[in-house]
Design a protein around this ligand. Structure first.
Ligand SMILES: N[C@@H](CCC(=O)N[C@@H](CS)C(=O)NCC(=O)O)C(=O)O
Length: 236
């Protein structure tokens, strides 16, 4: 039994979390028999974040640890055929997307006062109307604190836009104009980059980052290509 637990749909996205989308793409590409389940409250996840994977004997939290588990399960299929240099480049791109650009995406949703009402409805719409704004504000404080600790939250939105632009240019310059990062079939690193970018391009309504990413059509085409190859799309 394999069950991938993800966040519910929001912001025009069927799978709103780039980490959850990456894991879903990976499991589909491996041809695994699995089900999807939703958990709207990350505090109920084993490490307070989604996704996590339920197996017959264990619960594995974190998309990278899920990847490692699946790599063992499939006798090394995930990194098969990659040179050490390609694997190194893949991890470097993953860190850029997941540990830097991701946090700027979070800032574009949570810390932009013009966009924040969408967070209230998209993530807290099931809370009673009277308390919804209050609960969402409490969560926003937590997100602001996390971004402050990361460091990116200490910059103005204009400076955050500068960081995001440099990340997007780097990704745009690294993705190929045909095929995938390391060959003719997409692999986990393509799912990482495309999973992240899908949630930026297809986020509805657009955030400042969605608008900014439109300037990089090669990155947009690549994101579409990876989703089409595996038949798993982030958007609803
Ligand atoms: N390193 C984790 C990151 C997962 C993550 O940040 N998930 C977000 C959703 S995109 C989450 O659950 N956030 C809830 C929270 O931090 O409270 C992974 O790769 O799975």
């Amino acid at each position: 039994m394999l069950q991938l637990v993800t966040l519910p749909a929001a912001f025009g996205m069927r799978n709103v979390s780039p980490f959850c989308l990456k894991a879903e793409m990976l499991m589909t590409s491996l041809g695994l028999d699995f089900t999807l389940a939703e958990e709207g409250d990350p505090r109920k996840a084993p490490k307070g974040k989604l996704p996590f994977l339920r197996t017959d004997g264990a619960t594995i939290a974190d998309s990278e640890l899920i990847t490692e588990y699946l790599n063992d399960l499939t006798q090394g299929r995930i990194y098969e055929g990659l040179t050490p240099q390609q694997k190194g480049q893949g991890f470097a791109l993953a860190r850029l997307a997941e540990d830097h650009l991701y946090w700027l995406m979070v800032a574009s949703r949570w810390l932009d006062p013009k966009w924040f009402p969408n967070v209230v409805e998209g993530f807290f719409g099931i809370a009673p109307k009277l308390v919804r704004g209050f609960v969402a504000k409490g969560a926003q404080k937590q997100v602001a604190k996390t971004l402050d600790l990361h460091g990116l939250g200490r910059h103005s939105q204009e400076e955050q836009r500068g960081f995001a632009q440099r990340d997007l240019i780097a990704l745009n310059d690294c993705v190929p104009s045909t095929g995938y990062l390391f060959g003719e079939t997409p692999n986990v690193f393509d799912f990482t980059v495309a999973g992240m970018m899908a949630g930026i391009y297809d986020n509805k309504p657009a955030t400042w980052m969605t608008d900014m990413a439109q300037a990089y059509p090669a990155l947009r085409d690549y994101t579409e290509r990876v989703q089409a190859a595996v038949g798993v799309y982030g958007r609803s």
